[in-house]
Design a protein. Sequence first.
Lengths: 111, 113
Amino acid sequence: GENVEQHPSTLSVQEGDSAVIKCTYSDSASNYFPWYKQELGKGPQLIIDIRSNVGEKKDQRIAVTLNKTAKHFSLHITETQPEDSAVYFCAAWNYGQNFVFGPGTRLSVLP
Amino acid sequence: KAGVTQTPRYLIKTRGQQVTLSCSPISGHRSVSWYQQTPGQGLQFLFEYFSETQRNKGNFPGRFSGRQFSNSRSEMNVSTLELGDSALYLCASSSGQGNEKLFFGSGTQLSVL
């Protein structure tokens, strides 16, 4: 079955700097890759997603890149703000299968 | 429109008891999935229901069960609770057509004493 690895497990950046979180997946049939942000006491919130026919997608300060050949995808957050502090999860999905989530990255943005 | 609603928000039970958790999906969504979240194991898939039928199931013992009603609301039941069942149980809804966005509720925090 699918296996998703995520690195780093914790990440601290200064406010205004960029943050990058990387995920790798094992099943080449996976074709949908969402990213979720989870704040304390809340459920995961979808922040951006990418499908396998696209290499990059941007939404304001957030971008995701996908390398299907290498089977990895990354979340890029620019101009980080304290409110970006949270746990971020990547996931991979394939038709007929359930979503498989990475173990999460705890991002701390230091003022 | 309203998001995914889970009740109750917190639950405290003792070993051996059973518990039922409830989830109301986003209006119009026909798929409901359940996940167990623990610090050590992350987000683990329990099962998915679509149009009142279980469509997919994770690797959890039979003590974990669920159902979905005709209005797409779903319930999850855990029988004979064990200490290791303490976790945040998350419900997520989607339209159910595949390859699409999951929307999560805030979860039910279950503590087993």
